[in-house]
Write a protein that binds this ligand. Structure first.
Ligand SMILES: Cc1ncc(C[n+]2csc(CCOP(=O)(O)OP(=O)(O)O)c2C)c(N)n1
Ligand code: SF4
Length: 300
């Protein structure tokens, strides 16, 4: 193969992440020391370790810096409108039940404008793996207050400090019905990767929150240094408490961050319940979708 024809993927020195990322889209738009890339790297490592068939994975995102993940990963996926990653992913899962359908998005996208979709998908135990990158702020649009901004932290719309009570996301997810709930920071790369491995292998509404630096807006507006300084903050302030009660994990400004796996249980998913219900109510008249794909099997 001539050198000119060698792609980023086939070059001997190709980056190990190249099977998972569209190298032709590099360089990415993320700022230096932003945490989103770390989350992508951990997710790619989890896909590799679980031997997941990449043709059977889809990634859906909403709008925001994190929303760019759907466009950068070398997986089928969809970069949906703001807050609509979960409904898009829900439709995809119902139409193609054999896929591992994942959602990657920011805190503003998933629990601000998309909050209603988030809680109802959890309530239904929709079979989705949700990765929420929580940088405590709206990154892409200039650092506005997010539903996760800690009290007293500054944002561009709360220049004298936030006075709204933020969501505690593990509590929101668990109380809405999620069957797998974990929280890590960008510093916990091995634990985060392991959590992704577990979540990939589970069914139901799986929620992984990753606390990540927004070096450009959150760090700058709050005079916290660079993304590296935020990693230092995570190092000094995170505490791993598996199985901890999700009611007690609010995050105060520069305060302790409880990490770990808090919920890991099995419950019938939306599709399990739907098949079971219609099977009982309609008997032979019920024509379920094929397990191999999204087509409707003709009645015998
Ligand atoms: C309907 C609609 N409202 C507002 C916007 C502007 N907008 C784009 S991204 C975004 C916030 C993104 O914040 P977050 O989800 O936390 O992601 P981050 O950029 O921090 O990763 C907003 C408000 C939009 N695109 N569409
Ligand atoms: S603005 Fe913040 S979240 Fe967006 S890429 Fe830059 S550091 Fe990351």
């Amino acid at each position: 193969m001539s050198e000119a024809r060698q792609t980023a993927e086939t070059r001997p020195e190709a980056h190990p992440i190249s099977p998972y990322v569209r190298m032709d889209r590099m360089p990415h738009i993320w700022c230096p020391t932003c945490g989103i890339g770390t989350v992508v790297k951990c997710f790619a490592a989890a896909l590799e370790r679980t031997g997941t068939d990449l043709d059977k994975v889809a990634v859906c995102s909403g709008i925001g810096c994190t929303g760019r993940v759907a466009g950068y990963m070398k997986l089928d996926g969809f970069h949906s409108t703001h807050g609509r990653a979960v409904p898009f992913a829900t439709g995809l899962k119902l139409g193609r039940p054999e896929l591992l359908v994942t959602v990657f998005s920011g805190d503003g996208d998933l629990v601000g404008i998309g909050g209603n979709h988030f809680i109802h998908a959890a309530r239904r135990n929709m079979d989705l793996l949700i990765v929420l990158v929580n940088n405590f702020i709206y990154g892409m649009t200039g650092g506005q207050n997010a539903p996760t901004t800690p009290v007293n932290a500054r944002s561009s719309t709360m220049p004298f400090g936030n006075f709204e009570r933020p969501f505690s996301l593990p509590y929101l997810a668990a109380s809405s019905g999620a069957t797998y709930v974990a929280r890590w920071t960008c510093l916990h790369v091995r634990r985060l990767t392991k959590s992704f491995q577990e979540a990939i292998q589970r069914k139901g509404f799986r929620f992984v929150e990753v606390i990540a630096p927004c070096s450009t807006l959150y760090a700058r507006l709050n005079k916290l240094g660079s993304g590296y300084d935020l990693l230092q903050y995570y190092y000094e302030n995170s505490e791993i408490r598996h199985g901890a009660d999700t009611r007690n994990m609010d995050i105060d400004f520069q305060g302790p961050i409880v990490c770990g796996k808090f919920v890991d249980e099995e419950r019938p998913t939306f599709l399990d319940m739907m098949h079971d219900h219609y099977g009982r109510v309609l008997g032979d008249k019920y024509v379920p979708m094929s397990e191999e794909g999204g087509w409707i099997r003709a009645p015998d």
